[in-house]
Design a binder for this molecule. Structure first.
Ligand SMILES: Nc1ncnc2c1ncn2[C@@H]1O[C@H](COP(=O)(O)OP(=O)(O)OP(=O)(O)O)[C@@H](O)[C@H]1O
Ligand SMILES: [Mg+2]
Length: 258
């Protein structure tokens, strides 16, 4: 029987920075092979939600489950923290995050960048990691850049290297925060292509993006966040084709005219 336990499940998540309530009770579920896109205006809480999901940020209320296993907490409200450092590490290494600014190490070659975490965090054998790293770099179309340094690559190539780095951890899911928004339109398409191919091979992904075409084309489910709440969600054809809420209608209008 297929395992239907969601890879990521977020229930009623609340997050505030001091008195600023950024997430006010958000639920998001990603089952195996799901691509979920998070869209919404600047400041609506998209990055915060992604960072809470990866436990890079604390949250004050609600649950985060990874493959059915709830994060264990200690303390309450603003004092709430994950209780089990090993659990946090295990979850984080299973959720690779790709950022807008690729965050590659400038002093390491592309191959070294991709190999770094599997070697040091997972302690996997070097020969095996190198073979995998070369494979992933080839997969994202920059197999010839192994010995180059990040500064010698275009933005699109650097972002593809960052995706290869994420893949080399063999994660259960990938989390993308605006992976294409630092790129020129031309280079953006190289990255969109890679993300599409990952979607087609059934990777579980949560993608924060302002690229509505990509969200439309790759997602199984789209979530529109507004001021820390889900205003509307659904399959892309419905959400983009027949948005119900006026806020979403307005948002989509503003993005197509941008
Ligand atoms: N470290 C922080 N300290 C205080 N406030 C923060 C912090 N990070 C984010 N915020 C605030 O939380 C709100 C949500 O921010 P977030 O980065 O999640 O928005 P976003 O939807 O990702 O926006 P964008 O589209 O501009 O990236 C904003 O009002 C922001 O100013
Ligand atoms: Mg953001």
């Amino acid at each position: 029987m297929a395992d239907t336990t969601p890879v990521i499940e977020i229930r009623n998540l609340h997050k505030a920075y001091g008195s600023l309530e950024v997430l006010r009770g958000v639920d998001v579920t990603a089952r195996r092979g799901d691509v979920v896109s998070l869209i919404g205006s600047s400041g609506s809480g998209k990055s915060t939600l992604l960072r809470c999901c990866n436990l890079l940020e604390d949250s004050q209320q609600g649950e985060i489950l990874f493959k059915g296993e709830p994060v264990r907490w200690k303390g309450e409200g603003h004092a709430r923290r994950p209780a089990d450092a090993k659990q946090v590490l295990r979850m984080r290494t299973n959720l690779s995050m790709v950022f807008q600014q690729f965050n590659l190490w400038a002093h390491m070659t592309i191959l070294q960048n991709v190999m770094e975490a599997p070697l040091t965090v997972l302690g996997r054998p070097r020969a095996e990691v190198e073979e995998a790293a070369r494979g992933y770099l080839a997969k994202v179309g920059i197999g010839d850049k192994c010995d180059a340094y990040p500064a010698q690559l275009s933005g699109g190539q650097q972002q593809r290297a960052a995706i290869a780095r994420g893949l080399c951890m063999e994660p259960e899911a990938l989390l993308f925060d605006e992976p294409t928004s630092a790129l020129d339109p031309e280079l953006e398409q190289e990255v969109v292509k890679v993300i599409k191919s990952l979607a087609e091979e059934g990777r579980t992904m949560i993608i924060v993006t302002h690229d509505m075409k990509m969200a439309h084309d790759v997602s199984d489910h789209v979530v529109f966040l507004h001021k820390g709440l889900i205003e509307e969600e659904g399959p892309p054809a419905t959400l983009f084709g027949a948005p119900k809420s006026e806020r979403l209608q307005g948002f989509l209008k503003s993005t197509t005219h941008a």
